[in-house]
Structure formats: C-alpha cells, structure tokens
Design a protein around this ligand. Structure first.
Ligand code: 3HC
Ligand code: NAI
Length: 699
C-alpha cells in the first residue's frame, strides 16, 4: 500500500500529496498524518507556502462515509481544517476530478483553490441525509454568495470548474500542469508578502443578503419546497442562513450540532444505506471484472411509443447513435415528433440548450425496415405487451441483426426465457426493463434469463453506466422485482376503498409516508385504461377502477377518474359521484363500510409488498434485499429517507412486527398476499435479517 500522505519540496513550496484510493476519502488514516504534516510545515521556516494535491483519479471525494456512526478518531475533520486554516503562509488546494463534501470543505480551509478545467466541486451531503459538517455551510457562502451556496448545499449538485471560477470558489483554472500552476500561485503569493486572508474572514458577499433577509428567506422557501419530509434539506438551508445572522464560530458550532443530530438519525442511515446499496447492486455474482462487455457503438429500438421514444432519448443523451423502427411511416413520424417536442420542452425549461438538442436529435434516425437494424450492437424491443407481437419482432430481429448483437426486451411482465427461446440465439437475449419516462427515471431492471450469457449481462451493466442509469440485475418471473411487488399491493388499494376509505384518504396516507403521489392520483395520471387492459388480459378485476373505465373515466386525460379535473386542470378534486360508486360497489359485494385509519392503510399496502420481497429473495430473483430497495427508490419513488421497503421493514419497523401484523391481516382477510413468507419468518426469528437469510439460501 502506498503512503497516504507524502511531502515533497519544490523550492520553498511544500507539496503535500494525498493518496487514499479509490477516491481519497478523508479517513482517519489520512487525517492523522495530514494534520501532522501541516503542523510540521507550519513550523518550518524554510517553507514559504503549501500546496495540497491528490494522487489517483480524483481530489478528495469527502469524509469517509463508512466512519459515520462509529466513535470519532481524532483529529476530526473540523480540527484538521482548523489546523490548515490558521497556517499563516499561503495554502493552495490543487483540485482534479471531484472535490466533494469534506474534500471541498478542506479546500475551503486553504487560502486559494486552483482547479483542473474538467474538475467538479460540490457539497453533496444532503444526498446522504446530512449537511456539510466541516464548515461548508459557512465558508462556501463567503466565496460564492449565500444564494448560490444555498442552491448548491440544498440540492447537493456539484458545479463545473468554469462555473466555480466565475462564482469565486476557484481562483485559477489549470490546463495540464495542475500542481505546477498551484505551486506557481503559492510561490507568487508568498513572494508578494501580502497578508493572507482566511475564507472565514471574507464577509463582503454576505452584505446584500444580510440587508434583505426576507429575500433570502424567499429563496430558502423555494429551495426547500420539495423536501417532502426530509430533514437534511431544511438543516442545510438553516445553516446557510445562520451565516447571515450569527458570528462565524457560533454558526459553525450550530452546523456541527445539526450534523451530529442528522448523522445519528434514521433518515441519514437510510440514505447512507442507499449510497452503498447502489454501488453493491452493480456487483453481480458471477460477473467479475474478467467478463468483458461487448462493444456497443449503435443501438436500435423497436417501437417508438411511450417507452421506445424514452429509451431512444436515454441512449441519445448518453452519446450513442440510435435507430428507431416502427410499423409504418405514420407511427414513426409520430414517435420522432414526440421526441423532438420533449427536447424542445427541455430547452424551454432551460435544462438543455439548442446545441444540445441538435446534437441529440442528430443521433436519432428512423426506419420501417428491419434491414436498418442489421448493424446495431444492441436492439431493444418496446412494442405492445403481447407475446405474439414480441415473438414476431424477435423472429425478425434474429433474421437480420448481426451475430453477437444483444437483443433486449422492455417487457413489463412477459417471460424473458420464452422470448429468448423464439430466437436461435437465446444467449444474446436479455430483459432491459426501463421505467416511464425512460429518459428520466434512473432505474434499469436487467432481467437475466436462464440462458443469458455473462458478457451480455456485463454489457447491460456497462451501458447502464454510460446512460446514467442505476442497474439492478434480477431473475425471470412475472413482473420481475418491481411490478411483482406492486401487484401484491394493488388489490388491497381497491379492498380498502370498498371497506370504507376514500381515494383521497389513501393517497394522503401515501404522501404522508413520503411517496411523491398516492396510487389513485398516479392511476389518474398514467391513465386508468392501461391497468384495465392489463386486467382484462389477465382475467383480473378491480370493481371500482373497472366501473370507472366502463364509464369512460380514464383519469386526467378525460377530466374524470378517481378524481375530478376541472377544465383541463391537473389538480385532483374529490368527486362525490366516485364516493357513491364506491358505496354501490361495496353494497353489491356485501362489504360493510367502516372508518379506516392511516396505519391500517400503511400496513395493508406496504406489508404485502415486503412479504413479496421476501419471496423474491427466497427464489433468488433478487440477489440481496438492498437490490430490492434500489428498485423501489429509483423506479417507484419509495421515500429515500426510509431507505427502501426492505430496509424500512428491517431497520425502522422491525421484522417481528411485520410478521405479526401480516398474520393478523391474513386471519382477517384470508388473502394469500398476507400469509407471512417463510424467509420473512426465518429472518425475523433468527435475528439475521433478510440479508442473512438470503445468503444462506444462496450458499
Ligand atoms: N466514503 C467512503 N467510501 C466512498 C466515498 C466516501 N466518501 N465515496 C466513494 N466511496 C467508495 C464507494 O463506496 C466505492 O466503493 P466500492 O468500490 O467498494 O463499491 C468506491 O469508493 C468508488 O466509488 P464509486 O463507485 O461511486 O466511483 P465513481 O468513480 O463512480 O464516483 C464519486 C466517484 C463521484 C466520488 C462518488 O463515489 C461519490 O459521489 N462519492 C460520495 C461523495 C460524497 O457524498 N461526499 C460527501 C461525503 S459526506 C461528508 O463529506 C461529510 C462532511 O461534510 C463532514
Ligand atoms: P405504446 O403503445 O406506447 O408503444 C408501443 C409502440 O410499439 C407503438 O408505437 C406501436 O406502433 C409499436 N409497435 C407495435 N407493434 C410493432 C411492431 N410489430 N413493430 C414495430 N413497432 C410496433 O406502449 P409502451 O407503453 O411504450 O409499452 C411498450 C412496452 O414497454 C410494453 O412491453 C410495456 O409493457 C413495456 N413497458 C411499459 C411501461 C409504461 O409505463 N408504459 C413501463 C415499462 C415497460
């Protein structure tokens, strides 16, 4: 192992190089020697200035997240930054890659920052349910102004070096000799003899906001409007605000206090779980680094409807040329026009510029002839959810697409193995299940068939990274992980309606739990006819939703669904006719209506999902409980502050409770979704949790 801290001399400038692979996190074994090196250099009369740089692929990516929740080993990061900040000779951070969280906070403890032009800088702690805890909320506003700091700290989004330079966060940009330029700046500053000004002492950018705190509070309200029950964004905003109203040291102490509270709270634990779960999900048993992905230079998409269009955009956004195939010219033109309209909307919103739009559209082409897909390295089918149609499409792909290409299906429920078996190359077939809108939603369920080749799975994982998706590899079953668990709760939503709840009460219980939307509002938004068609295909019924559809009430698009939407409005209004319809259906089914509390709604909708998750683990459809959490957080909007259904069940609610209440509801209703799954019962009884039981199953 290389030394984490080395010091070299370039004339009278000392260059400290940190080397803590893979991302130079500020672990104890880095903080301690760095603090010692700083103290030595501070007292060394031959050293006129100090540069801090990093080896490897990046500058410091933050505090070491694995140390959170464990006893602090000194020096702490705030102590280390205090040592750095009080050095009375020029100090310069030389930033390449990413300076994030505690890494940027350390850089803010220097007098100057020089950044590589491609570097990115930010304070992403909010994404871990935290706020910057080593002075970031106090020093950043002093360099970039409180409004920009507020935006950066509450969103957690890093900014590029150019923007950082314009904002005053970075003093100089470097082209190829980053450390050389940082040394030159340090030497020039030392030679100038000018007194060094600490970042903490720079107050000029705070003056305007101090004079109009009302304007700043309006910005706070705007920045935190989507906090949805999360504590961290509010603490971030409050701490930046403290920079305006408190002396530096007092505000710093407050920041520390908020950090201590958040880091020991459930939300941050859940979000840290998700950080590691996401990285874990990309590691697939049996797919090691030796399995090389197949090269993919050109992508084909069959079907330019809702999903095909979104999938094509996702690849075009990721820089890959895409050919879209449709049944006829009219459908193709419609699909391409929708894509163009979506990009134009992004330009209007300011999230894309005209050049970006032109570049993306330039990567898209259309065809109605399968020969146009012959050269594709990957073709994704997104046609109607109908086995006969899928079979026909795969037969035609098999006939024309070059050997070795990956053939993927975006099916929501159908058997990927059966689809693969219709081709002469089942080893090349895989499920790539995107979520709507496919160009936005981060989740990609990668469905590994019984005969899918390992390098095809590796190709899918690598492509997911290229297009910015979070991949989770799952096995073949009806609905895979996400939709299978969703099905386990759908019938309960209707049952609750008949038994006495209203759509608005159920939706509110969901949003109070932290979901962005409840199931009825969601159904109205997506169109109730979609579920209706699916139910009819599967021979299933949902008395209330079916009756609405029979009346032509499909949701927002018809102005009526579970709610009323007056004059094209998207705001749902309770509909007395729906209440009457529910009452009629309850009477017809002989169900006596009663008052239903929110806790019952949570238990009866969420516990069956967790139960189904346990069955999914038992069957090996998901490799780990954390993979299921990643599916639900990234594909269905499960609240991040609760860490996903399996984490929530195990860490926050307790598996004993879940088993007991499932058994209760099983007794009450007799429905199979409530019968506690064997793995769930074992996980609760053994205390080993889901992961322990899933591992035993895999061994
Ligand atoms: N602490 C501990 N481990 C970390 C880490 C951190 N801050 N950042 C990354 N890692 C680990 C990852 O878990 C992963 O481990 P693995 O290989 O065993 O799975 C490995 O480093 C590589 O990470 P990625 O796979 O994410 O690598 P990428 O190249 O895709 O991304 C990155 C690099 C952009 C730096 C990304 O890792 C990242 O965003 N890291 C987290 C940054 C962050 O949140 N910093 C704030 C930390 S909190 C803080 O600083 C508190 C302070 O205010 C007091
Ligand atoms: P859609 O109806 O919007 O689009 C399907 C498109 O396929 C239509 O444009 C149609 O013209 C075209 N098509 C049909 N047969 C074809 C053929 N033989 N050759 C070429 N094109 C053909 O449907 P949507 O919603 O995009 O769904 C597509 C697939 O994606 C389905 O398997 C669905 O289950 C799945 N899916 C849908 C999601 C959703 O939210 N809509 C989410 C995830 C998966």
């Amino acid at each position: 192992m290389s030394k984490p801290v080395t010091v070299a001399r370039d004339g009278n400038v000392a260059v400290i190089t940190l080397d803590n692979p893979p991302v130079n996190a500020l672990s104890f074994h880095l903080r301690k020697p760095l603090n010692e090196a700083l103290e030595t250099l501070r007292d060394d009369a031959d050293v006129a200035a100090i540069v801090i740089a990093c080896a490897g692929r990046t500058f410091i990516a933050g505090a070491d997240i694995t140390e959170f929740g464990k006893p602090m080993q000194h020096p702490s990061l705030p102590d280390l930054i205090a040592t750095l900040e009080t050095i009375d000779k020029p100090t310069v951070a030389a930033i390449h890659g990413t300076a994030l969280g505690g890494g940027l906070e350390l850089a803010l403890g220097c007098h100057f920052r020089v950044a590589d032009r491609k570097a990115r800088l930010g304070l992403p702690e909010v994404k871990l349910g935290l706020l910057p805890g080593a002075g970031g909320t106090q020093r950043l506003p002093r360099l970039v102004g409180p409004q920009k700091a507020l935006e950066m700290v509450v969103s957690g989004r890093p900014i590029g070096a150019g923007e950082a330079h314009e904002a005053g966060l970075v003093d100089a940009l470097a082209d190829d000799d980053l450390v050389g330029e940082a040394v030159a700046l340090a030497r020039a500053e030392a030679a100038s003899g000018a007194p060094m000004v600490q970042v903490r002492a720079r107050e000029d950018k705070l003056a305007a906001a101090r004079a109009d705190i009302g304007a700043f509070d309006a910005a706070v309200a705007q920045a935190t409007r989507k906090a949805r029950g999360l504590e961290a964004p509010l603490a971030c905003a409050q701490s930046v605000r403290n920079a305006l109203t408190m002396p530096f040291d007092e505000a710093l102490a407050k920041e520390r206090e908020y950090f201590a509270r958040l880091v020991s709270g459930d939300q941050s634990k859940a979000q840290r779980h998700l950080f590691f779960a996401e990285r874990e999900a990309a590691k697939v048993p049996g797919i090691g680094k030796e399995v090389r992905p197949r090269p993919v230079a050109r992508v084909g998409v069959v079907g330019a409807g809702t999903m095909g269009g979104g999938i094509a955009m996702a690849f075009a956004n990721g820089g890959l040329p895409v050919t879209l195939l449709e049944r006829d010219r009219e459908a193709l033109d419609r699909g391409l026009a929708t894509i163009e309209k979506n990009y134009a909307a992004s330009v209007r919103r300011g999230s894309l510029d005209e050049d970006g739009k032109a570049a993306r559209l330039g990567r898209l082409s259309g065809t109605t002839d399968y020969a146009g897909l012959a050269d594709c390295d990957l073709v994704i089918e997104a046609v109607f959810e109908d086995m006969a149609v899928k079979e026909e499409v795969f037969g035609r792909l098999d006939a024309v697409v070059k050997p070795g290409a990956v053939l993927a299906t975006n099916t929501s429920y159908l058997d990927v193995d059966a689809i693969a078996a219709t081709t002469g190359r089942p080893q090349d077939v895989i499920g790539l299940h995107f979520f709507s809108p496919a160009n936005v939603m981060r989740l990609l369920e990668i469905v590994r068939g019984a005969r899918t080749a390992p390098d095809v799975v590796a190709t899918a994982l690598s492509l997911a990274k290229t297009i910015g998706k979070v991949p989770v590899v799952v096995g073949v079953c009806h609905g895979f992980v996400g939709n299978r668990m969703l099905s386990a709760r759908s019938a309960e939503n209707e049952a609750l309606l008949l038994e006495g709840a209203t759509p608005q009460q159920i939706d509110k219980a969901f949003t109070d739990f932290g979901w962005p939307m409840g199931p009825f509002q969601m159904g109205d938004l997506a169109g109730l006819d979609i579920g209706w068609r699916n139910r009819k295909a599967l021979g299933k019924t949902a008395p209330v939703a079916d009756a609405l559809c029979e009346l032509g009430c499909f949701g927002q698009k018809t102005g009526k669904g579970f709610y009323l939407y007056a004059d094209g409005s998207r705001t749902p209004q309770p509909d007395p006719e729906v209440t009457r319809l529910i009452e009629d259906k309850a009477r017809a089914a002989g169900v006596e209506r009663r008052s239903i509390c929110d806790e019952e709604i949570v238990e009866r909708t969420l516990y069956p999902m967790i139960n189904e998750g346990a069955r999914i683990l038992e069957e090996g459809i998901a490799a780990r409980p954390s993979d299921i959490d990643i599916v639900w957080v990234n594909g269905y909007g499960f609240p991040i502050g609760k860490g996903g259904p399996m984490f929530w069940a195990e860490q926050l609610r307790g598996l004993d409770t879940i088993v007991a209440r499932l058994a209760h509801w099983h007794g009450e209703t007799g429905r199979a979704v409530f019968e506690p799954a064997p793995l769930l019962k074992r996980a609760a009884a053994s205390g080993g949790g889901f992961a322990g039981e899933a591992r035993k199953g895999a061994a």
